[in-house]
Ligand binder design. Structure first.
Ligand code: ADP
Ligand code: MG
Length: 446
């Protein structure tokens, strides 16, 4: 079964990842819509990543008030100055959605471009649900074929393997960047397993601190770590300030960026995934700068919720009056950072009083209200019944070598379910449980 390290549970080394006993229902048209969006978002990320000035300009105010974003931008600027080109570009993304019950529409929560989690454990939950429905489906009136297949881990491994092949050095390895106290290693393990068993590729796990101590770049750009040539750097860390406790980790990040290894993601891809860029892309006529196909643009726009930067006085006023209709988000990843309700009102009022650029550290988002339903959630071996809401994530893989798109696919999904009274959504952060999907014919109406 799926496991994560227990962290603080005394005397216990391992605990199963929390999961729901049966899959969450979703009308099939929304599933199809989300799958169709995956390759369009993949292409968008790639196009935006090539416009260095757009990234720098859009994040220029954020950089003044957010040290973490500022450090990322500093590396990005250095790469722009030396005209660093990434000929082989690999993205392993996950676009997250919630079904808004007010409008009966699928709206994007965010697009993750770094360290997208649970491609390993998500498919195990899909399999568990299919097995349970095979066994008890008659009693429950459920059919196993309505749980879509989920090959996220093998598809991610395949994309990494293809990038390795493009790099074209037989003795090279894939380096997975991990946190020193990694709780989610069994999710990552599946990628390592498929890389070895299906593709014959070795994965080396290293922290950024270790890369700084053991790594260097040869004059031809080759990154050597622990004496091994690195074909692909796959980040499962590096998305939060906690992953850079000292200058050593920033040096490692710069070293990797300067090398010729394929980076998943590059610093540009990571910046495209920031909340501020998400908000900027939702502004009128911005998508048109990056994509030509009008139908694709319309499909993307349809899933955008209301997003605002905080230089708009009018929206700040509305959010202070009706905080329950908004979410305030800083430029952070990994869960537990968003601000809701009365805290949102207080924070906005305080930041407005302080004046200056402090507001630029945040974006405002329309709050999405999914319909709650009853479910059984299993955590720490104990089953709880609760009123829950779900968030659907669709994985996407994108690989490009110079002018050739080698992969641009939807590749599996992750459903996360949480009690409806909880604002946050992360599984590893302790808010949600892993879930899968049960496709229904019905479209909800209010
Ligand atoms: P993070 O990068 O920390 O994952 P997210 O934007 O995904 O940030 O927000 C974390 C969680 O907060 C989501 O998983 C979701 O449960 C909830 N959330 C985020 N945005 C909204 C929104 N607009 N409406 C309702 N819930 C939201
Ligand atoms: Mg998220």
């Amino acid at each position: 079964m799926s496991r994560i390290r227990s962290g603080t549970v005394p005397g216990v080394g391992l605990v199963h990842a929390p999961f729901s006993l049966l899959p969450a229902h979703l009308p099939e048209p929304f599933w199809k819509q989300a799958c169709e969006l995956a390759p369009i978002f993949n292409e968008l990320v790639d196009r935006v990543s090539l416009d260095g000035n757009f990234l720098q300009d859009s994040l220029s105010k954020t950089r003044q008030v957010d040290d973490f974003t500022s450090r990322l931008l500093e590396i990005h600027r250095k790469m722009m100055e030396i005209n660093k080109e990434e000929n082989i570009r690999l993205g392993l993304h996950r676009s997250d959605y919630m079904l808004d019950s007010e409008t009966s529409s699928l709206l994007q929560i965010e697009l993750n471009t770094i360290s997208t989690s649970f491609p390993g454990l998500g498919p195990l939950v899909s399999e568990l649900h299919r097995t349970l429905i095979n066994q008890y489906g008659r009693v429950l009136s459920l059919e196993p074929k309505r749980v879509p297949g989920n090959a996220a881990s093998s598809k991610f491994a395949e994309a990494l393997a293809r990038a390795w092949t493009e790099f074209d050095v037989d003795s090279a390895i894939v380096m997975m960047i991990v946190q020193p106290e990694e709780r989610n290693m069994y999710d990552q393990y599946w990628i390592t397993k498929y890389l070895k068993e299906s593709h014959g590729i070795t994965t080396l796990r290293k922290t950024l601190t270790q890369v700084e101590a053991e790594g260097h770049v040869l004059p031809d750009g080759t990154l050597l770590v622990d004496g091994k040539k690195v074909a692909v750097v796959y980040y499962r860390a590096g998305y939060t300030p906690n992953d850079y406790p000292s200058e050593a980790e920033w040096s490692a990040r710069l070293l990797i960026e300067q090398s010729s290894s394929v980076k998943c993601p590059s610093i540009s891809y990571q910046l495209v995934g920031t909340k501020r860029i998400q908000q900027e892309l939702a502004n009128p006529n911005v998508l048109e700068r990056f994509l030509e196909n009008k139908e694709d643009i319309a499909k993307l726009r349809k899933c955008f919720a209301g997003l605002w930067s905080l230089d708009d006085e009018e929206i700040i006023k509305t959010a202070i009056e009706k905080p329950e209709l908004f979410v305030l988000k800083p430029q952070r990843e990994g869960g537990g950072n968003n601000i809701y309700g009365l805290d949102l009102r207080e924070t906005l009022t305080r930041l407005q009083k302080e004046g200056g650029d402090a507001l630029a550290a945040y974006i405002l988002m329309q709050r999405i209200f999914p319909k709650a339903s009853l479910a059984y959630l299993v955590r720490g071996g104990i089953c709880h019944e609760g009123l829950v809401i779900s968030e659907l994530g669709i994985y996407g893989s994108y690989l490009r070598s110079k002018d050739k798109v080698i992969t641009n696919d939807q590749c599996g999904y992750l459903m996360r379910t949480k009690v409806s009274s909880s604002d946050e959504g992360g599984v590893a952060a302790g808010f949600a449980v892993l879930d899968s999907l049960y496709l229904t014919d019905k479209v909800i109406h209010n």
